[in-house]
Design a protein. Structure first.
Length: 254
C-alpha cells in the first residue's frame, strides 16, 4: 500500500483529493476555487459557441473513412474499471479496461478484450473474473495495472496494488474502489477484428457506502460530493462532478 501511495504522490499529486479525510488542506480549497472559476469560464465559452453554431449550418457532418478505425478521430466517454483474473501460476492478474458496461438492466456485465491478452485466456480457463471501479483518487491503480509484463511474463507493478479477496469466486479486488463485481463467465463472442466480447453473470456485488444513492440527498449533490472517474478515449481521464437530470419525455417507460 505504501508503494502505491508513494508512486501516486509522485505521479499525480496534488491533483487528486483523498475521500477518506473530511478536513481539506489549504491547497485543496484553493484548487476547488480555481476549478469553480475554470468551470464558469468554460460554461460561458460553451454558451457562446452554442450561439455561434446555431447560426451555422450544422447539418453537414464531415465523413470519416471506415476502412480504418474511427474511434480516435473524436473523444468519447467511457467508464474505467480494473478486471481481475487468475493466472495459470495461481497468481492473480489485474488489467484496466474502458470498453466495459452492464449488459441490459439485469445483473450482467461485459467488456472487450482479446486473445492477445492474458485476461482473455485466464477467464476462458477459470470461467470467473472480478471488476473494480476505481475512485478519482485511485486512478494511479489503473496505471499500475496497465504496466507491461517482464520477460518472465510476470507483472511486478501489481505488487504495489492493495487487494482483498473476492467473496464468492476465486479472485481478488482492488482496495479503495467504490464498486465491486464478482462474475461467472456467461459467454465469449469472438472475431471482432481481433477483439472479443466477454460476458459475465454478476454473482456478488458490493459498494462503498459513500457511493450508494440516498433518498435524502439529491443525485446532483451526491455526484458533486462523490465525483466519478471517466475515461475519455483516446488517452485522457476526467473527474465528473457536474450533472443534470436527463429530460425524459412525459410517459416514457423502459
Amino acid at each position: 500500500m505504501n508503494s502505491a501511495n508513494n508512486l501516486g504522490s509522485k505521479l499525480f499529486a496534488p491533483r487528486f483529493i483523498s475521500h477518506d479525510n473530511h478536513s481539506q488542506p489549504g491547497w485543496v480549497v484553493g484548487a476547488e476555487a480555481k476549478r469553480a472559476r475554470t468551470t464558469a469560464r468554460i460554461r460561458g465559452e460553451s454558451e457562446r459557441e452554442a450561439v455561434t453554431m446555431s447560426s451555422q449550418d450544422a447539418s453537414k457532418p464531415i465523413p470519416l473513412p471506415v476502412d480504418r478505425p474511427i474511434w480516435e478521430r473524436v473523444f468519447s466517454v467511457a467508464p474505467l474499471v480494473i478486471v481481475g483474473s487468475k493466472e495459470p501460476t495461481g497468481n492473480y492478474n489485474l488489467a484496466p479496461k474502458h470498453m466495459a458496461m452492464p449488459l441490459g438492466l439485469g445483473n450482467y456485465f461485459c467488456f472487450v478484450c482479446g486473445p492477445r491478452h492474458n485476461t482473455y485466456h485466464n477467464i476462458r480457463r477459470h470461467a470467473v473474473f472480478t471488476v473494480s471501479y476505481p475512485r478519482v483518487g485511485e486512478v494511479v491503480y489503473t496505471s499500475l495495472a496497465a504496466a507491461p509484463r517482464s520477460e518472465d511474463q510476470s507483472k511486478p507493478s501489481l505488487l504495489a496494488l492493495p487487494t482483498l479477496p473476492a467473496s464468492k469466486i476465486d479472485g481478488v479486488l482492488v482496495k479503495g474502489c467504490y464498486l465491486y463485481l464478482e462474475c461467472s463467465l456467461h459467454s465469449m463472442l469472438d472475431d471482432f477484428d481481433g477483439y472479443s466480447l466477454i460476458i459475465g453473470k454478476v454473482v456478488a456485488a458490493a459498494a462503498h457506502e459513500d457511493a450508494l444513492r440516498k433518498q435524502e440527498i439529491d443525485d446532483s449533490d451526491h455526484i458533486f460530493q462523490f465525483p466519478l472517474l471517466a475515461y475519455l478515449h483516446p488517452g485522457r481521464i476526467a473527474e465528473i462532478r457536474q450533472s443534470t437530470a436527463f429530460p425524459l419525455p412525459e410517459g416514457f417507460s423502459r
